[in-house]
Write a protein that binds this ligand. Structure first.
Ligand code: ATP
Length: 551
């Protein structure tokens, strides 16, 4: 497929607002693609270049993009920046610049091909070392040099990994099912195990059996199962016997072991093995089987858990780990098993997975109590808080492991205000004492690959925090207009609020009342933030009387 053809589909999709119509269009294209093109097309159409589990990261920031575009369009970086500011979108700006430019640097006036574009992006991702920026810019320039204006629009958005055409995982999953006439639940299940809709599309082409046989593979991290907020009594009333565990305030990890080799992945599925030699050592010593384990890494000092910040600092640490380990020793608390000696376990009920876990791991298992007695469970909750944990997790014993799903099968019970995780998509320059740094931040939830705003936060931020945020965000500025800047959606804030209101002022249609910054969620990426559906659900629950406590 020519990249031009891909770009035309994107343009068409951008003009469609109905979900079914979008799915129709994409499902009509998928069967015509070759086996090599299919996974690439599927990822590209979602604005992704690599599989979610892949360690490859493109690492193209706005600066690099501006430079490459400027060089190819024969103009200055400032002009690129100004055009983006005027049009409010990098893709449209590149398109306009390419339409009016004398495109100087055409190396080979060939038509761009989808597969070639992918290979070049892959080249950019693997370019490492201190020359990496130069190498990346060089490849980006070569791609842009051959791009026509419309291709420039989508190529630049792809490089920033935000296509803005409304094809998220849900729509793509449905399009795959329709294209190859397979059940959507099979596609979803295969996606949960493989963590890459690109490869799932290839299996779907082979048929339902190929999808059903899919297995989890070692060293290909699986998305983590997540929890909803809830209460102990409602769980017990609905299910009777439940599993109650402490909710540790650490950082989630997934441990993969095959023979003498192991790797540890963070909640964002990054390989953090080198930062966590203590966790690796402890778990390697606790089993001789090939396993994938799910757990929480916590820091303990004088018998009490240390706050989350200490743990996440260790996850981020790349150098002088030994020195840091003396200060903060991490220990694992393992609560699930997903794979054992070649067998995928995610479809077994929790009770059976737990039996296997206890069979294969000699230590470091998170204690679990099974009970149908709400008073007993409340007692565990009180004990958890006494011990300095966050609260408890209440899990349905019959539940399968659902990768990436925030379902009702796992419920978190913790005290305090309701918080929400949102991505920062913009900021405003501060005034007075806050001059020179950003003083308020525009926040968004997600809906099918688009980011929709829900409010601004300016309270709860200390001067130190503002300085830290400025240092992190200043290189992520895409556009600036007056005092407002548009940022690449990358950093996630946990925010408290008193209420969710409907609002015409923000693109989600909702607004947070009294938003307050709680913390920067370094363990989360833009894909982990609240969805529009979940915001709507919070609003609905609040209307039914179950609102968040005022912060
Ligand atoms: P929060 O913001 O409340 O920490 P979260 O958004 O990080 O939650 P949730 O899915 O809402 O993630 O809550 C589950 C998280 O709690 C898990 O991701 C994990 O990191 C942590 N956790 C601690 N103890 C447990 C446990 N026993 N079982 C499962 N998860 C646990």
């Amino acid at each position: 497929m020519r990249f031009m053809e891909f770009s035309r589909y994107c343009e068409q999709l951008e003009g469609i607002s109905g979900r079914l119509e979008m799915i129709d269009l994409v499902s009509g294209v998928l069967p015509s693609l070759t086996d090599e093109e299919l996974p690439i097309f599927v990822r590209f159409i979602m604005g992704r270049v690599f599989a979610d589990w892949s360690p490859l990261k493109l690492g193209v920031g706005p600066n690099l993009l501006y430079e490459a575009v400027a060089n190819v369009a024969g103009t200055k970086k400032e002009v690129v920046r100004e055009t983006i500011n005027t049009l409010g979108d990098a893709g449209l700006a590149v398109e306009q610049l390419f339409a009016t430019k004398e495109q100087k640097v055409i190396i080979s006036p060939e038509e761009l091909d989808l597969i070639e574009v992918y290979r070049d992006l892959e080249r950019m991702a693997v370019a490492g070392g201190h020359r990496s920026q130069r190498e990346k810019t060089r490849v980006a320039e070569r791609l842009f040099a051959n791009a026509r204006p419309l291709e420039g629009r989508y190529l630049s958005r792809l490089m920033l990994e935000e296509l803005r055409i409304g094809m998220g995982e849900g729509n793509v999953r449905d399009a795959i099912a329709k294209a190859f006439a397979v059940d959507v639940s099979l596609v979803e299940h295969a996606h949960q195990a493989m963590n890459d809709l690109g490869e799932v599309a290839l299996l779907a082409r082979r048929g339902a059996d190929a999808l059903a046989e899919v297995k989890i593979e070692l060293f290909r991290p699986v998305k983590m199962m997540l929890a909803q907020q809830g209460t102990i009594t409602e769980r017990i009333e609905e299910y009777g016997d439940v599993a109650v565990e402490y909710k540790y305030d650490g950082s989630r990890f997934q441990f993969h072991k095959q023979g003498d080799t192991c790797r540890i992945y963070s909640r964002r599925l990054e390989d953090v093995t080198a930062s966590l030699p203590d966790i690796a050592r402890l778990l390697m010593a606790a089993t001789d089987r090939d396993v994938i384990l799910d757990g929480e890494a916590i820091a303990i000092k004088d018998g009490r858990p240390m706050p989350f910040q200490y743990v996440i600092r260790r996850f981020r640490r790349k150098h002088r780990i030994d020195a840091m380990m003396e200060e903060i020793m991490l220990v694992p608390r393992v609560f699930d098993i997903l794979y054992l000696d070649g067998e995928t376990l995610i479809d077994l009920p929790l009770s059976e997975r737990r039996e296997k876990l206890e069979e294969v791991l000699s230590e470091h298992i998170a204690p679990q109590v099974r009970t149908a007695d709400a008073t007993a469970a409340e007692g565990i909750y009180a004990a958890a808080l006494d011990l300095g944990h966050e609260g408890v997790m209440v899990k349905v014993l019959e539940s399968r492991y659902l990768p990436g799903i925030r379902g009702r099968q796992w419920v978190k019970v913790k005290p305090g205000v309701d918080t929400i995780d949102l991505v920062v998509v913009g900021a405003e320059w501060g005034e007075g004492r806050r001059a020179g740094v950003f003083g308020s931040f525009l926040l968004a939830c997600q809906d099918e690959g688009r980011f929709l705003t829900v409010g601004k936060v300016a309270t709860g931020l200390s001067d130190e925090m503002l300085a830290e945020l400025y240092a992190l965000l200043k290189d992520r500025v895409i556009a600036q207009s007056g005092k407002e800047v548009t940022l690449e959606p990358e950093f996630v804030f946990e925010v408290g609020y008193s209420e969710i209101q409907t609002s015409p002022n923000y693109s989600s249609g909702y607004a947070l009342r009294f938003p307050r910054f709680v913390r920067l969620r370094e363990d989360k990426g833009a894909g982990d933030i609240e969805t529009l559906d979940a915001v709507r659900e919070r609003y609905r629950q609040q209307q039914n009387g179950g609102g968040a406590a005022p912060s």
